[in-house]
Ligand binder design. Sequence first.
Ligand code: AMP
Length: 580
Amino acid sequence: MATNGYEGELKMIEELTTNAEQIQDEVLGEILSRNAGTEYLRGFLHGQTEKQLFKKNVPIVTYEDLKPYIDRIANGETSDILLAEPITGFFLSSGTSGGQPKLMPVTAEVGNKWDLFRRLYESPVIKHFDDINQAGKRLELMFARPEIETPSGLKAASVSTSIYSGSNFRTSLPKLYTSPVETIFCPDPNQGLYCQLLFGLIQRDEVVKVGSVFASTVLRGIKFLENHWQELCYDIKTGRLSDWITDSGCRNAASLVMKPNPEQADLIENICNCKSWEGIIRKLWPKARYICCICTGIMRQYTIELEFYCRGLPLVSDLYACSEAICGINLEPLRKPCDVSYTFLPNMAYFEFLPVKNERDGSIEMKSNNEDTELVDLVNVKAGQCYELIVTTCAGLYRYKVGDVLMVSGFYNNAPQFQFVERKNVILSVDQEKTSETDLFKAVTEAKALLDPLRLILTEYTSYVDTSSAPGHYVLFWEIKGKEGKHCKELDPKIMVECCSRREESLHYTYKIYRKRNIIAALEIRVVKQGSFEALMDYYVSKGTSLSQYKKPSCIKSEEALKKLDSRVIGKYFSPKSPL
Ligand code: AMP
């Protein structure tokens, strides 16, 4: 089988997964021997480096516990209070799923690990889509955010921005991607997106892969195209870039390649002008072999809509990583999003797992005394069991809770494979009950079935607990659209009220008991205008989130974000009766 120069990486994956236990011990040994003398670890290890002592003495922490150290470094103290290797800057986590952005120390070694990771996670995909790098280019939607400078002069940027700034990426850009670097670094994400779509359309016969980091960004691109295709066609026809694109970098990049091409413009116009946009990606980019974007976790809600637009093209979720640590890769790129699992790479960090138990029919709840629960090593996790991920990294995180819940789906050689279950901190609660991201997803999926016969798609949702009146109640914000056209028909109030009921029916037992006793009031669905969730995304991007790393919150906690959605509500519906 041809492997296109990726034999080395595939071989490395074999070695890493076969020797997972030994490599994990080496990784921890190296981290401890380097960092045992730091102010932070000295307090727990007293200069010792034994694994047993680490397990006994070093506490499990969250970002809040490490924040005082990170703030001291950001304010000018030397970084060896937390880690021995000098730091080169910080990664800025997106902060959209769980609150405020966090600063994660970055070292030269972290940069090297990300370079290696990119080669490793791409290799199984390249193996499956034989010769893909040679066959053509990638239309990948990419957005860098301006770096932030800390008081000490260190730079903080999102992981994706740091990757786009790296020399390896920049060298590969013109050959492998359709987007010029100026469009990625354009300070206005909408101008950048317009130009990236334009370049992708101009080179449509060369595009073999369409994607972005997350599924939501690909959909954002398609929706933007729905609103701008006439203008894009006009630009292609005339060879002139629209006047509202004022960014000089984008204009310069366009001036180098744009020339009038009425034939191409007519072709694109005919494709876009059809009644249904089903399969539009295939039609616009006929050589595309797959769509590459993360479709697991919070992103699974977008798969139905993406499948509609790409009709038959596989959706490939290739990696699982976060600003805190690199975790795993997908060795079977053709698996359906709901079956994707990530094989952990034991050389990237020291991984431990906090068991979480399944208390209510399928939903996850933490053991109450989790600090006393023994953490499980990477190679000792059990198939079928759910765990919260804890990482110890070369960049100053020691037994750090990432906040993700994962389920072991199997092993590849000796390395476990995990399915992403949910973010742990997304919880709706009016009283003692807890409703997780998974509960929400399940309940939405059931209610969706009611919309399907009406040819309506629930394109976006999020949630909120309204406690402004007693008792409090769950509010769901829904954006709905018609399958054929851009806008949905008048919504039938009867169906919407039925949706509210179904949602309550499919929530967990505790919720239903509380509803019956009137501790929780009737569930409400607020239908918002089309484009409301794009406005929400714009809001977070305007606050500094990178569009490449944006993850819509499953539960709205910010007052301002709530106002954005509330101002776009076009209908409110309540559950008529209590479930049970
Ligand atoms: P950030 O640090 O802002 O890039 O966000 C990282 C978070 O994104 C992770 O902790 C996960 O919650 C989520 N994430 C990253 N990769 C995946 C994936 N493959 N599937 C599901 N969620 C993911």
